[in-house]
Design a protein around this ligand. Structure first.
Ligand SMILES: [Zn+2]
Length: 97
């Protein structure tokens, strides 16, 4: 299973992870840009973007939030110690599917 690299979902490479503009796409995603304008701007389909956000970006943002949270606390962030969830449009606690 050496192919389980980033963005490798069920044997298929994530098109966004392979995209040359992946960082720009993710930056737009993080600013809250909708999937439709994102798809139009970067030439990637909406479903591919949604899958990347769920499978690739969200887990990495969650990990990054855990890593950076203590720093934010010591810096006295105005937003408080609670890191914002990767996708603000969804409730943070949603384990049931
Ligand atoms: Zn991806």
């Amino acid at each position: 299973m050496a192919t389980a690299a980033r963005g490798d979902v069920m044997g298929r490479r994530c098109k966004v992870c392979d995209h040359a503009g992946r960082e720009a796409i993710e930056a737009d995603m993080i600013t809250g840009m909708g999937l439709l304008p994102l798809a139009a701007k970067h030439g990637v389909s909406k479903s591919v973007l949604a899958r990347h956000r769920t499978n690739c970006l969200a887990p990495r943002l969650a990990a990054a939030a855990r890593l950076t949270a203590p720093v934010a606390i010591t810096q006295g962030s105005a937003h408080g110690p609670k890191p914002s969830p990767p996708d603000r449009r969804r409730p943070a606690r949603r384990f049931c599917r």
